[in-house]
Design a protein around this ligand. Structure first.
Ligand SMILES: [Zn+2]
Length: 340
């Protein structure tokens, strides 16, 4: 079963689609075309986003192995004991040293062997802990493979809940299936948990209803390095996984939480994108507050969502923030759904 859309490797939509619909990747091409034709007949503005994603994904799903083979895991040192790995999916934080290795997220199962190889260049110590910043498959897909030698998977309660329990995605209008039990966190926390490893104090802190309902910031306090998961990303407008408890107000609160922890010297590893600092978080927070207020005013005025969209309310933000994953219209929709 393909769990990923290779055209959108760093995004969360793909795991939602393919976890939810394993038949898609195995359908003969003619059936896919039939499905898409039927979808076009029923096409509405709301379904347009899903259709675009399907169209982008399917050709690559058909050449899945080639796509995985082409992925290179790049190791980016942040200091002498903390690095992050780029491949496909979310950035992987790595704390390494004589007492063992801790990972923050683990990308896709198809990349686990390459990730293991990258880790051996950093340390010969065993992998001991895997912290999941949230449930999305581009951050948790390697859980089973990478924990099979005894590493302990740790996450907020809701990550285990999401991975272990099917739920219905209103955004994609389909069920998101549970993943096998070997992928589930075996230690969970509610507000925070602290690790002490290799001389580093590592604090994982829950962010309520931000990107999802199970997000955690992971702060390497001793080194002043923070892994933000997808509560802070660099691909433009952030994705708010509304069906999994994400909200705009929680996303705003997450930036405020990051800024309450970080200072001018903090190095921030985003869920996706390059190493960042607090100025980048401040810029995202400013945009989130402003766009939230714009959409809230439109909704409070009594307009329908379509009326609000027709006025292109985020035009001033489009050039800087709109991307191939979350464009301005979709971001309006995500905000709209999570405000009163
Ligand atoms: Zn995510």
């Amino acid at each position: 079963m393909a769990k990923v859309c290779h055209y959108l490797p760093d995004y969360h939509i793909a795991p939602l689609i393919f976890h939810a619909s394993p038949t898609f990747s195995s359908l003969p091409k003619v059936h896919i075309i039939t499905y898409l034709s039927a979808s076009i007949v029923r096409l509405t503005k709301k379904t347009m986003y899903r259709l675009v994603i399907y169209l982008l994904c399917f050709p690559f799903a058909l050449s899945a192995q080639t796509a995985w083979d082409s992925v290179t895991i790049k190791t980016k040192p942040v200091n002498e004991r903390i690095s992050y790995l780029e491949g496909r999916g979310g950035n992987i934080g790595v704390l390494h040293g004589p007492e063992g290795i801790m990972l923050i997220d683990d990308q896709y199962a198809q990349l686990s062997e390459k990730i293991k190889a990258a880790l051996t260049t950093l340390s010969s110590s065993p992998l001991r802990f895997i912290v999941n910043t949230h449930y999305h498959g581009d951050h948790t897909g390697g859980n089973e493979n990478l924990s099979s030698d005894g590493a302990v998977i740790v996450a907020h309660h809701n990550v285990r809940q999401r991975l272990s329990t099917p739920f219905y995605s209103t955004m994609w209008e389909r069920d998101v299936e549970a993943v096998p039990a070997a992928n589930w966190p075996v230690i969970t926390f509610s507000d925070n948990i602290t690790f002490f490893l290799n001389g580093e104090e590592v604090q994982a802190t829950y962010l309520k209803n931000a990107h999802t309902d199970g997000d955690a910031l992971v702060y390497f306090k001793t080194s002043n390095i923070l892994h933000a998961g997808d509560a802070f990303v660099r691909y433009g407008y952030p994705f708010i996984d509304v069906s999994a408890g994400g909200t705009i107000d929680g996303f705003i609160a997450a930036q405020e939480k990051i800024l309450s922890i970080a200072d001018q010297n903090t190095q921030i590893i985003p869920g996706h994108g390059q190493l960042s600092g607090i100025a980048d978080v401040q810029e995202l927070l400013k945009m989130l507050r402003e766009t939230r207020d714009i959409v809230a005013r439109l909704k409070a005025s009594g307009q329908t969502l379509d009326e609000a969209l027709s006025a292109n309310p985020l035009a001033a933000y489009h050039a800087r923030w709109s991307g191939s994953f979350i464009n301005s219209d979709l971001f309006v929709r995500l905000i709209w759904q999570t405000i009163p």
